[in-house]
Write a protein that binds this ligand. Structure first.
Ligand SMILES: [Zn+2]
Length: 256
């Protein structure tokens, strides 16, 4: 069964592929909400840059977003149904979808190159997922579920705050991680890697909440300012919305 997400009569390119999943309509409601929110930030062009299907076939590495020749596929964990968890997973993966506009290529070499740099993208995807949870918890459309979204958000934040493995340390007013390259390169593709950036994620979540959607949209340009070896961002050359960029730059460790 394929359910296509439409805005009015227009196909958005997003669809849900499911074999008799009774939750398909719930996934559709979540997707519809997230699509509208992402479109509000990044615009319709970015959100329709490629066809995207939400696939609930079982994958060990889900939730994950994968590029294919003709579309991008998002795989979620749909074994135990939890509305908030599904929302959180999908919000995170949709942010990856946004960045695939910069990497629409299906070439495996390039895909790996992107993975190599993805610790920065992971922080943004995680912070965006929190930000979207906050938004839906306050929305009229989901008023019925607002307390469960809110509880899930609080639980997730507490879990992140309890994580003591984060390399984020503020010294002066900047993040420091002396073993930046060794640490991030080594763990770039590992799941625990996400846990290692909880402090940066929380910092970014607070930053998103402070700014308007059109300012947050600036993060879309991140890969324009990556240095050649894709280790870090050249914030000095990023001139748009300087106040936001100055604050954003603090998630990047200074090498010592
Ligand atoms: Zn991710």
């Amino acid at each position: 069964m394929v359910l296509k997400l439409k805005l009015g009569n227009t196909d958005t390119g997003f669809s849900i592929v499911s074999d008799n999943n009774p939750e398909i309509n719930n996934i559709a409601n979540i997707l519809y909400y997230l699509f509208a929110e992402f479109k509000n930030i990044f615009g319709l062009e970015v959100m329709t840059h490629k066809k995207c299907s939400i696939d609930n076939s079982i994958r060990d590495d889900a939730p994950i977003t994968c590029p294919h020749d003709d579309c991008i596929k998002i795989y979620l964990i749909t074994d135990s149904w939890d509305y908030s968890r599904m929302f959180y997973q999908l919000a995170h993966e949709m942010m990856h979808y946004v960045y695939f506009k910069y990497f629409p290529l299906i070439n495996q070499d390039n895909f790996e190159e992107k993975e190599y740099s993805s610790w920065n993208e992971e922080i943004i995807c995680e912070a965006m997922a929190l930000y979207m949870l906050k938004s839906v918890a306050n929305s009229k459309e989901f008023a019925k579920y607002s307390s469960s979204f809110d509880n899930y958000l609080k639980k997730t934040i507490i879990k992140k705050q309890c994580d003591t493995t984060s390399p984020l340390k503020i010294e002066g007013d900047h993040v420091l991680a002396s073993d930046f390259h060794a640490k991030f390169n080594k763990t770039a593709q590992e799941e625990e890697h996400r846990a290692e950036h909880t402090a940066e994620t929380m910092y970014l979540y607070e930053l998103f909440k402070k700014h308007k959607p059109e300012v947050i949209a600036e993060i879309y340009d991140m890969y324009k300012y990556y240095n050649k070896d894709y280790h870090c961002i050249n914030y000095d050359s990023w001139q748009e919305n300087p106040n936001f960029i100055e604050e954003l730059s603090k998630i990047q460790p200074i090498l010592k």
